[in-house]
Design a binder for this molecule. Structure first.
Ligand code: 4AD
Ligand code: MG
Length: 430
């Protein structure tokens, strides 16, 4: 007998199969029982008829508890009224392990309770849908870059360097000197790009941000393309095309999951490149006209970002920020030395920054000056300066936070549900 999986069930129409999984729930109506079987790939209804299975087996059916592991044998049959359009006419089943007192019941639980049971919560329909969409987003990201001749090159997690400022570093003394967990793989990504032409690094990144917000994690996943012979404008085009591709792939392949989340897909259908571009200066004007107490030179907070993004129904690219609020590696605007060629992409629907990127400073002397001005330890940046000593070229790149994109596409209220095991202020377990 064949072992079937729920997501492939229509290939087994009319056949007798075995299904292995867990009891999502079960109910009875007289001599007929309905078992919702969850096998990890999907959920299917198994119909259990007392007269077919006999008295004893039907008594066993009554013992089934939520999340009991079980093997079911039965015939696959079309049923338009069953969820998914198919059901199993059960002939036999074997209990593998009877689950006792599964803590997550269909009643409402608080988020904190569910977060503490995260290892089990992942089995629920909604979390399952989010994880599948997360997977699709990562796959689409990689497919997009792979198909444009980017090479995936991994970057280290322990590093002596700060990439995005010294205030959010996690240090460890294991190496006999302070090593930091990577805030970004970008600096290594630049070295990789000089070797490969186009590269992306993709891994976990760490920020010791003491802020508790619905957008911040302590540990999150970032994908960072880095492109040689690429100017500021081309960099923005790569970013918007990638976002467009990701959204389209989710719409095409994850309709069921979006439906489970009750996600209104109309706003997602509008996500087509090119995205509007607006300068930092224009944003300041927009904010001031909108009654915000915002001065030129400041960084946008979440309410500022939301207000700016509300003007558009696509992601908006904010470009040319004051260099004083941006990282040391960003190239200055040749037309205005006070500005950096940095850009942020703000998602619609109040999700804020999903991408940050820049054209990189490629001149040795200018970069050295920047390192010294920011009091960065020059010895540790020698290798990075080498990239400007030996065949420096114009190059650009950006970083996209996976969890921010998942939160937006799934329209979740908080990033904590976008990652299997969130790490944030006050959350280390499970
Ligand atoms: O804007 P950030 O700090 O940029 C960099 O790290 C660059 N080195 C990237 C590059 O150019 N290669 O971070 C990039 C993205 C943000 O736009 C956001 O999506 C995400 O990473 N991000 C976070 N996501 C969750 N929690 C946090 N604490 C995040 N900090 C940044
Ligand atoms: Mg940023």
């Amino acid at each position: 007998m064949q072992i079937a999986r729920v997501n492939r069930i229509k290939e087994f129409d009319g056949q007798k199969v075995q299904l292995n999984g867990w009891v999502y729930n079960s109910r009875r109506s007289g001599k007929i029982g309905f078992l919702m079987l969850r096998d990890g790939f999907g959920i299917i209804q198994c119909v259990v008829v007392k007269n077919d299975l006999g008295e004893e087996k039907f008594e066993d059916f009554k013992r089934l508890t939520q999340e009991t592991s079980i093997s079911v044998i039965g015939t696959v049959a079309k049923n338009d009224r069953a969820p998914g359009g198919f059901e199993i006419q059960t002939e036999d089943f074997t209990i593998i392990q009877l689950s006792d007192g599964y803590p997550i019941t269909p009643k409402e639980h608080g988020t904190d309770f569910l977060m503490n049971k995260r290892h089990l919560w992942l089995r629920s329909k909604r979390q399952h849908a989010i994880l599948r969409i997360r997977h699709q987003i990562i796959k689409a990201t990689r497919d997009f870059l792979d198909s444009h001749d980017f090479t995936l090159v991994d970057t280290p997690i322990f590093t002596p360097n700060a990439c995005e400022g010294t205030t959010t570093l996690f240090g460890t003394e294991y190496f006999g000197e302070t090593a930091y967990l990577a805030q970004s793989g970008q600096l290594y990504g630049e070295a990789n790009a000089m070797a490969m032409g186009r590269q992306y690094n993709f891994g976990p990144t760490f920020r010791a941000e003491k802020s508790k917000t619905r957008r911040h994690l302590t540990e999150f996943w970032m994908v960072e393309p880095e492109i040689t012979f690429c100017d500021f404008e081309e960099n923005m085009q790569w970013a918007e095309r990638m976002v467009e591709y990701i959204v389209r792939q989710v719409l095409e392949n994850r309709q069921n999951e979006l439906a489970v989340l009750e996600r209104d897909i109309a706003p997602l259908e509008k996500i087509k490149a090119p995205f509007p571009r607006v300068s930092y200066d224009e944003c300041v004007e927009m904010l001031q006209k909108g009654g915000f107490d915002f001065e030129w030179g400041g960084d946008f907070g979440a309410p500022d970002e939301t207000f700016i993004a509300e003007h558009y129904d696509k992601p908006v690219i904010v470009h040319r920020f004051p260099s004083q609020i941006k990282a040391f590696y960003m190239k200055r605007d040749p037309e205005n030395d006070k500005l950096a060629l940095g850009m942020d992409i703000l998602a619609p629907e109040g999700y804020g920054e999903i991408i940050g990127g820049a054209e990189r400073e490629s001149d040795y002397n200018t970069l050295l000056e920047r390192v010294e001005k920011e009091n960065l330890p020059k010895e540790d940046f020698e290798w990075y300066l080498d990239l400007r000593r030996y065949g420096s070229v114009q190059h650009s790149g950006f970083g996209m936070g996976i969890e921010r994109v998942v939160a937006w596409i799934c329209k979740l209220p908080h990033v904590r549900e976008t990652i299997p095991y969130p790490r944030m202020l006050g959350r280390l377990r499970p």
